[in-house]
Design a protein around this ligand. Structure first.
Ligand SMILES: N[C@@H](CCC(=O)N[C@@H](CS)C(=O)NCC(=O)O)C(=O)O
Length: 253
């Protein structure tokens, strides 16, 4: 059986999908997709959409972290990514849906906003990928990055200043919700369920923004995210204006 995961290390749903495969103890091959190349790369290898994570399982092609969780559970039922009793299952599915639609877009949008507006973030990204001529790539890639920033996310927003300010104001409530789902056991940790991986991969990426770390790390979910994803290869330099960050602190009460 051939299992191949197309992923980007910085992509939080990609990290979630990788962890799902590891939890299943399945042998798989990782294929690195270069950031900003995914819309082309994935179509060249037969996927319909242009987003990572993307999974090839024999002849089957599956895209999207939630779809991947379902296909993996179907093929390798143990350990399950979804609980079997109906009440817990409904809670985990709802948490997973919330995680994908409401939380997952936030770090991606903030990162895209930073990359579109700050050459230092693009330089950081290009160096992280060990690209040749990283400085030139950083200078010239602004328009392509902006194109990705115009993507409408599942919550209906794009990477605009207004959306980023709204994300920062919403962050305290989002993280409080994650803490509550950890406390009531919806986000199980041993083993992690599909909602745990969906939600904590986003928390882990948020925690790796220099601008957000001090705030995110005060939440219980930040430590849980570090435990589940100990090696997250991102550490985004400061780029958010401090005045915007104050909105987040004020909203946290
Ligand atoms: N909700 C999808 C989102 C996938 C997604 O947007 N992935 C990003 C990287 S984190 C991507 O590849 N974006 C490319 C694009 O927007 O065209 C999932 O959970 O798999």
């Amino acid at each position: 059986m051939a299992v191949r995961l197309y992923w980007m290390a910085i992509s939080h749903p990609s990290q979630a999908a990788r962890k799902m495969l590891e939890c299943k103890d399945v042998e798989f091959e990782l294929v690195d997709v270069l950031p900003l190349s995914q819309r082309v790369h994935l179509r060249l290898v037969g996927f319909r959409g242009g987003t990572v994570p993307a999974l090839k399982l024999d002849d089957r092609r599956v895209q999207g972290s939630r779809q991947i969780a379902r296909v993996l559970d179907e093929r390798w039922p143990d350990p399950p990514l979804f609980p079997r009793d109906p009440e817990s299952l409904a809670r985990v599915q709802e948490a997973e849906r919330w995680g994908e639609e409401q939380l997952q877009p936030v770090p991606r949008r903030i990162a895209r906003f930073g990359a579109a507006h700050d050459v230092e973030i693009r330089r950081w990204g290009a160096r992280g990928q060990r690209l040749p001529a990283a400085d030139t790539v950083a200078r010239l890639s602004g328009p392509l990055v902006s194109l990705y920033g115009r993507t409408t996310e599942a919550d209906g927003r794009r990477a605009t200043e207004a959306a980023i300010r709204a994300d920062l104001a919403a962050l305290p409530a989002l993280l409080a919700h994650v803490d509550a789902m950890l406390a009531d056991g919806t986000l199980a940790l041993s083993p992690p369920n599909a909602a745990t991986l969906q939600v904590l991969s986003s928390v882990r990426l948020l925690d790796s923004f220099a601008d957000l770390h001090d705030y995110v790390s005060t939440h219980a979910c930040a430590q849980a995210a570090r435990d589940v994803f100990p090696r997250y290869p991102a550490s985004l330099p400061h780029f958010l204006p401090s005045e915007w960050l104050r909105t987040m602190i004020v909203a946290s009460g």
